[in-house]
Every structure is written in C-alpha cells, then in structure tokens.
Design a protein around this ligand. Structure first.
Ligand SMILES: [Zn+2]
Length: 133
C-alpha cells in the first residue's frame, strides 16, 4: 500500500461523502458512504436530512482522515538508508592487515640473537645489545 495524504482524503470526503474512503482504498465502504450521503441529502427535502446529512458529512471527513493516518502508520518502515555503504566497512580488516605487514617489514633481525627488533628501538629488547643503523 502506498502512502496516503490525510488532508487529501479529508478534502475528497468533504467534496463528496465516500470519496476519501475510495481514495484510501476502501471502495465498498466509499460506495456505501456515497449511498448514505445521497439518502441523507434526499432526506433534506424532508427536513430531517438537514441534521443527518451534515452530521454524516462531518463524520465521513474525519473517517477518511483517520483511515489515511492509520494506513500510513501501518506501512512498513522505509528500507534502511545507506545499505550500499557496507563495503568500506568490509575493507577495513584488509587495511589493518596491510598495516601489520608494513610494520613487520620495518622490523630487523638483531645480529646477536636473531630476535626481530623494531628499527626505531635503540636496543634489542631480547638481549639488550645496541642496534646499529
Ligand atoms: Zn638481540
């Protein structure tokens, strides 16, 4: 079901009883409302319709408005935005891996104990020997 305009539903029912209901997709209800509206209008000739028709007319406007509101409320939420933005997240672990590899390259073997020592370190953390650059 598509989104309905509460205001348009109300305006349609304001113009003619049942129109807003038909707009809301309630075809049978709209037709019944139209028939009731016509009967009420016809009864206007016999005075009582002067009371019945406006009452039903106002009710019909509110009904169309409320129904459109309910339709919109029951609509499933729109698909989550930015689902296409999942790719940069997936590439993040690969980025981390390359950084680790780069750090490994920066490490050099200690000439005394063969321990891998960071080039930025002054002394070997394994044997304490001074590293020469
Ligand atoms: Zn060493």
């Amino acid at each position: 079901m598509e989104k309905k305009s509460e205001v348009l539903a109300a305006i349609l029912s304001l113009l003619f009883t049942g129109l807003g209901q038909i707009y809301n997709g309630q075809i049978a209800k709209g037709i019944i409302y139209m028939i009731i509206g016509i009967i009420c209008a016809a009864l206007g000739v016999v005075l009582i319709g002067f009371i019945l028709y406006p009452l039903f007319w106002i009710y019909n406007i509110f009904d169309a408005y409320r129904t459109a509101q309910n339709i919109n409320r029951n609509l499933p939420p729109p698909p989550p935005q930015g689902t296409a933005y999942q790719q940069p997240q997936a590439s993040q672990p690969i980025m981390k891996e390359t950084i680790i590899r780069e750090r490994e390259i920066v490490k050099v073997k200690c000439p005394y104990c063969q321990h891998l020592v960071d080039v930025t370190a002054d002394t070997c953390p394994n044997c304490g020997a001074r590293e020469k650059r």
